[in-house]
Ligand binder design. Structure first.
Ligand code: SD4
Length: 289
């Protein structure tokens, strides 16, 4: 397969349509991934990513994003940035650098400013209302309380890449870092074998470094679907052995030939797949529950 993409959640569908057009017009895999993610980042109705994102405990919308080029192994990420219009655009830019690739907070915002990226106030009246309403409820942090990360993996000819963008856990502690911008946990791409990315409770994803494990499983010869199922299943079991309940986790992956797979420990996980000119909304279900 020359052209393939896979993305998390139904909210990515419209952006994936834009990405499909870009691939059809022989655009780069980076341009396609950015188009898919930026569609989600820009839309206020998607409350877990970009504009209108879910605030942290202090009432600030702080965004995480990362990009990885599977051919050059260049990766870039930004952590806890406020008001950068498109976090994925900044993360992609950082993936061209040899050092200083993962920037947090004020340093990441200063870099975006120096490089001329646009800024926008992401704290909408709805974000503020959600935060105010949440003050009245219990404060347990859970995955999938509307805070789903958009993850997109792409392939065009021999180029493979991965991108992710999120506002992270609703009501997260100031300074809390989730899996999404952490290489090997929230995402990984290696053009020799394939790419993977995760969505769900970041701490539980990081406990298993799930994305690199999935890519390693493909490198060891597993099919993409066997890799996502085996790695997620083993992680859930390992968490049980450690007397931990494993919170919600869903993973997507693509092998170097553009075959795609997804696995989840929740009842239904929607994802989108493009293969050549075809786009499909798919649903993974929890097999072992
Ligand atoms: C995080 N993994 O910050 C992200 C949130 C997420 O579905 O993906 N929720 O932990």
């Amino acid at each position: 397969m020359n052209k393939a993409m896979i993305s998390t959640w139904k909210m990515s569908y419209d952006g994936m349509l834009k990405a499909k057009d870009i691939l059809q017009q022989d655009g780069s895999v980076q341009a396609a991934i950015l188009a898919a993610i930026q569609d989600v980042e820009a839309r206020e109705e998607f409350i877990s990513v970009g504009h209108g994102g879910l605030p942290n405990a202090q009432g600030h919308v702080q965004l995480d994003s990362a990009y990885m080029n599977g051919n050059t192994l260049g990766f870039g990420g930004i952590i806890e940035v406020e008001n950068v219009e498109s976090p994925i655009a900044v993360a992609a830019k950082l993936s061209d650098y040899k050092v200083n690739c993962l920037l947090s907070g004020k340093g990441a915002e200063a870099f975006a400013q120096e490089e001329g990226f646009a800024f926008q106030n992401h704290m909408t009246s709805q974000s503020k209302k959600r935060w105010q309403d949440k003050q009245k409820e219990d404060m347990e942090l859970k995955a999938y309380e509307g805070h789903d990360t958009v993850c997109v993996l792409g392939k065009c000819q021999d180029e493979l890449a991965a991108g992710v963008s999120t506002s992270g856990l609703f009501m997260k502690h100031e300074g809390r870092v989730g899996d999404s911008p952490i290489i090997g946990s929230g995402f990984y791409s290696d053009a020799l074998y394939g790419s993977a990315a995760a969505t769900g409770l970041g701490e539980d994803i990081m406990r298993g470094c799930l994305s690199i494990r999935i890519v390693d499983a493909m490198a060891a010869g597993m099919s993409v679907q066997a890799a996502v199922d085996t790695v997620l299943d083993a992680h859930v079991k390992r968490m049980q052995m450690a007397n931990r309940t494993c919170d919600a986790i869903s993973v997507i992956a693509m092998d170097k030939d553009g075959n795609c797979g997804a696995s989840t420990n929740i009842s239904e996980f929607p994802y989108v797949v493009i293969q050549e000119d075809d786009i499909k909304l798919m649903v993974a279900t929890y097999q072992n529950g």
